[in-house]
Design a protein around this ligand. Structure first.
Ligand code: GDP
Length: 414
């Protein structure tokens, strides 16, 4: 896929137990279903599907998995959640263009979520927030929402309000399109439909939408003008404004649902497409500081290599996995095109490498690809001496991208 506007490289971060695994599984399920409609699930119960997923879970969540949603490609890059893995979180955050930040509806923001949030701040990762587990006894959207403001000190901006609570959580009011989305039942693949906003929520929804308009349009002059002329704005304008504010970090959009009961995941996927940046919407990656720069590097002063499909190839190895097929080196491509069989420089270490086969990992298969483009993520086979954080680049422009501050061990799951 060379239309960069249709790629999203995202991570999902959460406090342990907030529902990262469940949400990722649901995303893979829904994107798989939509991708191969009518093909996979005949004679195959959804439970079987999930069990198989679980068996493969380590592969699915261990590095990067590719899925398709509404004609876009979403690469989900694993960002380990546990506090002991902060170095790893740190490393993977560099190759993300955006993230889903999950908190849960009972406890709200927890200490480890705060740590992860600050790290994501450091790399300016645009985020949308998902308040999960709204079906649980004791879950309260509004209380969880308040912890976002109190503990993270952010402008949290609801794009949805919950309809019902705990075991009666039915769906959400979509404040962008001003409609209710209701799920029929809580099983995988449950149908959902649009409805009028329930009478008892109309006033609250109108107020919340006004806050949404005021906050989002403040970062979009053309949108503000449209608002003054017409007293409202089109859905397209509002989405553009929300995306702008999300990327700049002016505010943090909040969505909600329950991954486990299968409510809210499809709108969350829509949110990824609507509000998180494509590779071309972000600034790119900085070059590595000079060898003798020491610890006090002014990161902002380093040259930025923009994501460029037409430039000389450059990519960053961000994870190495040894599985039964051998060593897989996961690479985020920032510039140019690379074909399998090509030779590249490992500019970090100063030697040449030949790239063997290249794969994109899907939930149910690994798909071989013959070339990768700027913006892509792929797993390379056949690299002999490339470590996490190394840059691979065309020898004609041997740039060194910023590397990680710490050596990171190879993960062995064979
Ligand atoms: P992770 O540690 O963030 O990956 O969290 P998991 O996805 O493994 O979820 C932790 C536990 O919470 C599991 O027992 C899940 O079944 C449960 N869980 C996840 N999402 C929800 C939800 O929306 N509602 C409820 N009631 N339980 C959930």
């Amino acid at each position: 896929m060379s239309d960069l506007s249709k790629i999203r490289n995202i991570g999902i971060t959460a406090h342990i137990d907030a529902g990262k695994t469940t949400t990722t599984e649901r995303i893979l399920y829904y994107t798989g279903v939509s991708h191969k409609i009518g093909e996979v699930h005949e004679g195959n119960t959804t439970t079987d599907y999930m069990e198989q997923e679980r068996e493969r879970g380590i592969t699915i969540t261990s590095a990067a998995v590719t899925c398709e949603w509404k004609d876009h490609r979403i690469n989900i890059i694993d960002t380990p959640g546990h506090i002991d893995f902060n170095i790893e979180v740190n490393r993977s955050l560099r190759v993300l263009d955006g993230a889903i930040f999950i908190i849960e509806g009972v406890a709200g923001v927890q200490p480890q979520s705060e740590t992860n949030w600050r790290l994501a701040d450091r790399y300016n990762v645009p985020r949308i927030i998902f308040i999960n587990k709204l079906d649980r006894t004791g879950a309260d959207f509004y209380r969880a929402f308040d912890t976002l403001k109190e503990k993270l000190d952010i402008v949290a901006l609801p794009l949805q309000l919950p309809i019902g609570a705990e075991e009666n959580f039915l769906g959400v009011v979509d404040l962008v399109e001003m409609k209710a989305i209701i799920w029929e039942g809580g099983e995988l693949g449950a149908k959902f439909h649009d409805e009028e906003i329930p009478a008892d929520l109309k006033e609250k929804a109108a107020e919340a939408r006004q806050v949404l308009l005021d906050t989002a349009l403040a970062v979009d002059d053309a949108g503000m003008e449209e608002y003054f002329e017409n007293g409202d704005v089109s859905v397209e304008t509002l989405k553009r404004a929300i995306k702008k504010g999300t990327i700049s970090g002016a505010f943090r959009p909040v969505l909600c649902g329950t991954a486990f009961k299968n409510k809210g995941v499809q709108p969350l996927l829509d949110g990824v497409l609507d509000y998180l940046p494509a590779p071309i919407d972000v600034e790119g990656i900085r070059v590595a500081p000079p060898e003798d720069a020491g610890d006090e590097v002014d990161e902002k002063a380093l040259e930025v290599i923009p994501v460029d499909p037409d430039g000389k190839f450059a990519g960053l190895a961000f994870k190495i996995i040894n599985d039964k097929y051998g060593t897989l080196t996961f690479v985020r491509v920032y510039r140019g095109v690379l074909k399998s069989g090509d030779q590249v420089m490992n500019t970090t270490k100063g030697h040449k490498e030949r790239v063997g086969r290249m794969f994109q990992m899907h939930a149910d298969k690994r798909q071989e690809v013959k070339e990768v483009h700027a913006g892509d993520i792929a797993a390379f086979v056949g690299l002999k001496d490339t470590g996490t954080g190394d840059t691979l680049a065309d020898a004609a422009d041997p740039v060194v991208l910023e590397r990680m501050a710490f050596p990171v061990p190879v993960i062995d799951i064979s």
